[in-house]
Design a protein around this ligand. Sequence first.
Ligand code: PEP
Ligand code: MN
Length: 339
Amino acid sequence: MIAIVKSSATEDQLQHFVRWIEGRGFSTNVSRGENETIVGIIGDTTQIDPFLLESMDIIERVQRVSEPFKKANRKFHPDDTIVDCGHGVLVGGGNFQVMAGPCSVEGMNLIQIARRVKDAGATMLRGGAYKPRTSPYAYQGMGERGLDLLLEASTELDMPIVTEVMDVRDVQLFVDKGIDVMQIGARNAQNFNLLKEVGKTDIPVLLKRGLSGTIDELLMAAEYIMSEGNEKVMLCERGIRTFETRTRNTFDVNAIPVLHYLTHLPVIADPSHATGYTRYVRPIAYAATAAGADGLEIEVHNCPSEAWSDGAQALTPDQFDDAMRRIALIREAVTAEVA
Ligand code: PEP
Ligand code: MN
């Protein structure tokens, strides 16, 4: 349920109202937007009489929110959320960012790739140190040493890093090391214990859509993180499993405007895992940009044929340069004021 507060209400009156609601065993989510202040009420709101609330001086109107996701719901928070990823990098609400780098951190080539993607205009460095691989015999990642290499690159280039956390037991390590953005991979999109654990931190989270996850399941995964207190969540469309076998996954371009409609959280697109083949990555990056994504996550490798994982979908630095120039042009078209 949401209560829309009259613009004439004072801060004291608002606080009094919030305490009154919380005193009845509900939790609240106050959103002070540009145009209105909204108090989201979370709990079994069937016990609340909306007419009673509407009879209060400061309440303009009350509306039930039928969707099961509350904190992630745009009705609770009409303005876009802007996530501060550190190093001055903001995502969402008109701030568009590209995170790029290798699938896996492999060693000293990381800094080489990082310099190239930064020169091309990427503002965040991605790289996996803990890798969720389908086969237990495939490369599993460098682990903590990989995080250290990412952190060294981050310091040298003054850019935030995005890296996947796979295990509840590793979350504290990521916090202690000062990782800028924790990625939750597609395979962990419904690992509710992991979602709750990252929800207890205040580190931004890049939450990927599950392999066969619906948009509502993605939003409920975000709700798990937010319900623990961490509201710095960015959603990532990375392709879903369909009957199609010509691509690794099927990129769901619909998800971008649908998510913008349903939620205030930023929406990132990952054309690399969505397609699985280098030749398709750029067209899908352009489509996602045109559809209004708040950012892109793209795999780039200095020598894709030698990559330790996902070489088949990596862009070379030169291909990434070209992509970034076109992405900038598409962003101009998407954001232009047209008379
Ligand atoms: C990745 O980003 O390298 C990755 C494993 O992504 P996903 O979880 O989307 O497959
Ligand atoms: Mn990958």
